[in-house]
Design a protein around this ligand. Structure first.
Ligand code: NM2
Ligand code: OGA
Ligand code: ZN
Length: 378
């Protein structure tokens, strides 16, 4: 790490509540007395071996103030607290790295800048990678997984068109998440299907398993046999759709991030219910998750007066999600496989005919933490 410029000046406001520090490069930062006391780094405050805090917030005196704050010969800051007479030093490096003077509250719905959102135009620049290459080359694997994290979507071509390959691909970066659908599930047209995915009907853009908690972070779908006609795939960036909703109507966006939808799946051996907002925000306002699935959304139970506004927002969001400007369409051939971040990117398929050949897709789920871990190691 670059060494921080020394502290050249320090001043206390008249109440002793705030210390203003000037660095040798002219930059300045203010710190609250209470914040400084809480973050003392000396060995009576933090264990010298593991750096963990030794005192309790509840044991600190109320109304903490600073009596003196002076630059040290080493370029740091010496502080004497008036309230409990504790004396400590901070390095310029530490204060510079942890300054918060210019922190701002970000607008609701901000997106991690390492992500880029996409619309239909991504079809001209598909994040496509080759199975054999990503298997053998760590650099190629890194490039594939970087695309996956940045866009929430990637395509692998030339995978063996063999059953089980989809789990093998998941193991290139993480672990398969087994569910009631099995370790690997077969998506094809069946009689008496337990799920509408197992028909030849169209599936509108959705995220999988919003009725589960936690939701599977990744879904992999691998084509073993293509449909004679129809069955095209598409993906929609849910972060793009949510951002559009927020631009069109912050009120709609707030509705879907504050109130939960109820999602449910029920079969002979499984009954899953999860109530969660369609647009998931961190308390910081960061947009982190999308849950959207018309087949498994069930009756929402919201306060009576909130319900009309909720439906207006749901309808507006559904229209954006279904708009052709956002859908990236492609047709899988045997050996093609795509991965979606199931907390961000929605996927769907067109209806297909079962007359000329049986379409067969195999899928599996995996968690996002394994993918991020593998990418960090690479
Ligand atoms: N399948 C394909 O989330 C869903 O219910 C979509 C999931 C059955 C594992 C389908
Ligand atoms: C699914 C699904 C898409 C397809 O199984 O969850 O969305 O192309 N399938 O069959
Ligand atoms: Zn699906």
């Amino acid at each position: 790490m670059k060494k921080a410029p020394a502290i050249s000046d320090a001043a206390i406001d008249s109440d002793g509540d705030v210390v203003s520090v000037t660095f040798a490069d002219g930059a300045s930062a203010r710190f609250h007395a209470e914040w400084l006391r809480d973050n003392c780094q000396d060995e009576t405050s933090r264990d010298p071996v593991n750096g963990q805090r030794l005192f309790q917030m509840a044991d600190l005196p109320d109304n903490i103030t600073v009596q003196t704050a002076t630059p040290t010969a080493e370029g740091g800051l010496r502080v004497l607290f008036a309230t409990d007479e504790h004396e400590t030093s901070f390095s310029a490096q530490w204060l510079r790295a942890n300054q918060y003077d210019r922190m701002r509250r970000l607008p609701s719905g901000w997106i991690d800048p390492s992500r880029s959102t996409f619309d239909a135009s991504l079809a001209d620049a598909m994040p496509t990678h080759d199975f054999a290459t990503v298997t053998s080359s760590p650099d190629a694997r890194k490039s594939w997984l970087s695309d996956q994290v940045r866009l929430g979507f990637s395509l692998l071509t030339n995978c063996p068109a063999k059953p089980g390959t989809v789990a093998e691909v998941a193991r290139l970066f993480g672990f398969v998440r087994t569910t009631n659908y099995g370790e690997v599930f077969d998506v094809r047209s069946e009689a008496d299907p337990i799920n509408l995915a197992y028909t030849s009907d169209a599936l509108s853009a959705h995220t999988d398993n919003p009725y589960r908690n936690p939701v599977p972070g990744l879904q992999l779908l691998h084509c073993l046999e293509a449909a004679g006609s129809g069955g095209e795939s598409f993906v929609v960036d849910g972060f793009k759709a949510a951002t559009k909703l927020n631009e069109d109507s912050p009120r709609h966006f707030a509705m879907l991030s504050e109130w939960p939808m109820r999602f449910e799946f029920r079969s002979a051996d499984t009954w899953l219910v999860n109530e969660a907002p369609m647009i998931g925000l961190e308390t910081s306002g960061e947009l982190t998750s999308i849950r959207f699935n018309n087949r498994s959304a069930t009756a929402p139970r919201l306060p009576f007066d909130a319900t009309p506004g909720y439906y207006a927002a749901y309808r507006a969001f559904a229209k954006i999600i279904n708009s052709p400007e956002l859908a990236v369409s492609f047709k899988l051939s045997p050996g093609d496989l795509f991965v979606v971040d199931n907390t961000r990117v929605l996927h769907g398929r067109q209806a297909f005919s079962i007359e000329k050949g049986a379409r067969h897709i195999q899928g599996c789920y995996a968690d996002l933490d394994g993918l991020h871990s593998t990418l960090r190691l690479l």
